[in-house]
Design a protein around this ligand. Structure first.
Ligand SMILES: Nc1ncnc2c1ncn2[C@@H]1O[C@H](COP(=O)(O)OP(=O)(O)OP(=O)(O)O)[C@@H](O)[C@H]1O
Ligand SMILES: [Mg+2]
Length: 254
């Protein structure tokens, strides 16, 4: 469904994505793994047109979105993508229900009389009861916030969901619940999912395909089984989470 072809992205002199080619198949879950600063967020932002690629192509259903100049046409492509922000980014001054329906006014023509039904349905999809709609985000746990954010993404019925580190900051059980949810949404709604993650347990569980990004290139692309069996020392070190290996973390003095 999405084809990334020789994508390059630089910020000034700094080449963040050197030559990335990747196919993201429809209705499957593709995980993007990589260390901090390897360019994962940059890649996903190029995908939804939040950042302009330096060169290369991003084909969505065969159409190169890097060539679209009209804001209106770009907005139409973006509408097909839902983006789950890492921090959740709920509006604290609104109730959960208002958060869930926030994008509907701008992105759909659903009448406001439909909102209660939409809130109920989308909260149910993420395993939350209708009563939660009345609460404020400050009254929710981290895991619930994540689920409400996901309900807000689902409200506009995207075809592709981009998850930016959906399990970071959650306890292992809640992380697993979120992983199950990603699997369930794929099965129920047939959505195409792209998941940025550091969480190997989650990646192995949810991924149909995994791409490992290292220093601006994809070092390995394959199934979870390919990643378990790899001899590539860089990928091995990342998968096992070891401090010993060819990947040297730059310690930042801040
Ligand atoms: N708007 C920008 N201007 C300049 N440099 C940027 C910009 N956005 C990202 N970078 C640089 O690009 C590199 C990759 O950043 P990116 O956020 O894509 O990494 P990441 O893989 O998502 O990291 P993390 O796991 O820490 O979220 C970093 O060195 C960052 O400083
Ligand atoms: Mg990032």
């Amino acid at each position: 469904m999405i084809e990334i072809v020789h994508l390059k992205k630089s910020f000034g002199e700094k080449q963040v994505l050197k030559d990335v080619s990747l196919n993201i198949p429809k209705g499957k879950t593709t995980c993007i793994l990589g260390g901090s600063g390897s360019g994962k967020s940059t890649l996903i932002k190029c995908l939804i047109g939040l950042l302009e690629a330096t060169s290369g192509q991003i084909l969505v259903d065969g159409r190169d979105i890097t060539k679209i100049k009209s804001e209106v046409k770009l907005a139409a492509v973006r509408r097909r993508f839902g983006y789950l922000f890492q921090e959740g980014a709920l509006f604290d001054s609104m109730t959960v229900g208002e958060n869930v329906t926030f994008g509907l006014k701008y992105l759909t023509d659903a009448p406001s009389s439909d909102y209660p039904r939409i809130i109920r349905e989308k909260l149910a999809l993420v395993g939350l009861k209708e009563d939660v709609a009345k609460l404020n985000p400050s009254e929710l746990s981290g895991g619930m916030k994540k689920r409400v954010s996901l309900a807000r993404v689902l409200a506009v019925e995207p075809e592709v969901i981009l998850y930016d580190e959906p399990t970071t900051g959650l306890d292992p059980i809640m992380s697993d619940i979120i992983s199950d949810l990603i699997i369930e949404l794929k099965a129920k709604l047939g959505v195409t999912s792209v998941v940025i993650t550091h969480d190997m347990h989650s990646a192995f569980k949810i991924a149909d395909y995994i791409a490992f990004l290292y220093e601006g290139n994809i070092l390995l692309y394959g199934t979870p089984q390919d990643f378990r069996n790899t001899d590539n020392p860089y990928v091995k070190q990342f998968v096992t989470g070891s401090s010993k290996g060819p990947i040297h973390m730059k310690l930042r003095a801040e």
